[in-house]
Design a protein around this ligand. Structure first.
Ligand code: 3PG
Length: 216
């Protein structure tokens, strides 16, 4: 496992965020850190993504900040330049994966089928995003895929919420879960950072409860 895999396994939750105004980035990062989830996948769905990554990592160096929705090699460059520590893509694009590998940044491309998993293995990956998780069979699919692909770990994302989070976290082959429920776009835009801290705390408590029940 890479150091970033290990950090993701420790935090176990990856808030997927869409930031329209870079000036919201610092407040959001603080809200997540205070809530006990010092991590964010900042999606390249807005022009503010790179600057937001930069501001978050500068203000909270202890935070694990990555780039999401990375579809082009230019976005990989922009993410690295801004200080991103990992790259996430919704699908498996071998060109993006190889580019990240050349640049030495961990990449978690999305997969949804056995064939895509085999492509990921061929590219030397040991952790992939499972996306969109719920509509592709959720926990049941992850359990089934653990049969043939014993070593592979997943980062399920898409349709995860407090309702099903712990089911995913209990799976041995789930490294961490991603999702937008902790920092929804409307709460970021309206500056409801205290609410985001509350949602992060709730998720952190769920992670701790699963960890505790595993240890006994
Ligand atoms: C993503 O892009 O990874 C998803 O939009 C996150 O899915 P969610 O909104 O269902 O959590």
């Amino acid at each position: 496992m890479s150091i970033i895999d290990e950090r993701l396994e420790e935090i176990r939750i990856v808030p997927v965020v869409k930031i329209e105004r870079a000036e919201d980035a610092k407040g959001l990062a603080g809200a997540l850190v205070r809530g006990g989830i010092p991590c964010a996948e900042v999606t390249f769905r807005t022009d503010a993504a790179a600057q937001s990554i930069r501001l978050m990592s500068e203000a909270y160096p202890e935070m694990l900040v990555g780039a999401g929705t990375v579809l082009k090699t230019g976005q990989v460059d922009a993410a690295i330049e801004a200080g991103a520590e990992f790259i996430v893509s919704p699908g498996l694009n071998p060109k993006i994966v190889r580019y990240c590998q050349e640049k030495g940044i961990p990449v978690y491309p999305g997969v949804a089928t056995a064939s895509e998993i085999e492509q990921a293995l061929e590219l030397g990956l040991s952790v992939v995003k499972f996306f969109p998780a719920e509509v592709n069979g959720g926990v049941k699919a992850i359990k089934a895929l653990s049969g043939p692909y014993i070593q592979l770990r997943f980062m399920p994302t898409g349709g995860i919420s407090p309702r099903n989070l712990q089911d995913y976290l209990r799976q041995k082959n789930v490294l961490a879960c991603g999702g937008s429920w902790i920092a929804p776009t409307d709460k970021i835009e309206s500056g409801c950072f205290a609410e985001i801290t509350g949602l992060a705390r709730e998720a952190a408590a769920m992670v701790a409860a699963v960890r505790g029940s595993r240890a006994v």
